[in-house]
Design a protein around this ligand. Sequence first.
Ligand code: IPD
Ligand code: CA
Ligand code: CA
Length: 258
Amino acid sequence: MQPAVINIFEKAAKKAGRILIRDFGEVENLQIQSKSIGDFVTNADIKVEKSIIETLKYYYPDYSYITEESGTIKGDENTIIIDPIDGTSNFIHGIPHVSLVIAKMTANEITDGIIYNPILNEFFWASKGQGAWCNNRRLRVSNRKILSDCLIGTGLPFGDGIYKDYLLEIDEILKVSAGIRRLGSAGLDLAYVASGKLDGFWEKDLNLWDISTGILLVTEAGGKISKLNGSKWTTKDRDILASNNYLHNDLVGKLSLQ
Ligand code: IPD
Ligand code: CA
Ligand code: CA
């Protein structure tokens, strides 16, 4: 049975998800007309987030909020973290791999969260000690143990985000795995590790709203989260390595380049 907090997050996500679906359809129209869609998409992010906050504020008026679009709202020690559209580049290009992410954090620990892809109607949730789920199906990480059988997700930096060693990291993983996927939504990448679709995932320079729910999904599905060098990940860290557990040491070996 879903905990009450997940029911409330689901209500907020599904309501805001209808706005996202409507705007996603509109992006496809704008695309065809070759109109500029930058401002339109920024508006979609803001509208979706406004709707989520409006629903959640009714139930949790005293909580703190950390949001991608509206910044931080100071409240009590319980914090809700929101990414209204994770996968904005996909959204702009009409690729239906996008999600809404909402998580609850108390004392620097993520305790509950949801990731919702309204276009594919996939609703992921996890609560501490209560497992990871997608549309009422319990999730388990994969049990592949040999890297050469494994698909590993990542997020590639671009523009100002490019860092020195990313080509080396890719080289290391490509040589030993069954391939790399860059799907474009860090939240869904982690949900896919939790679902056993991807066997591992790494990315640097992420924000907490990208991965908040994802880390809980992975651990509740039996997987492991750490920094790239294998040390303990905390909510202050921006780099992340996730795996089905079996592969973790091998991946740390390949990705600890400095
Ligand atoms: C981005 C996505 C992407 C990741 C980027 C994030 P956004 O979030 O999660 O997969 O590679 O680092 O910023 O901007 O689409 O919310
Ligand atoms: Ca994001
Ligand atoms: Ca976003």
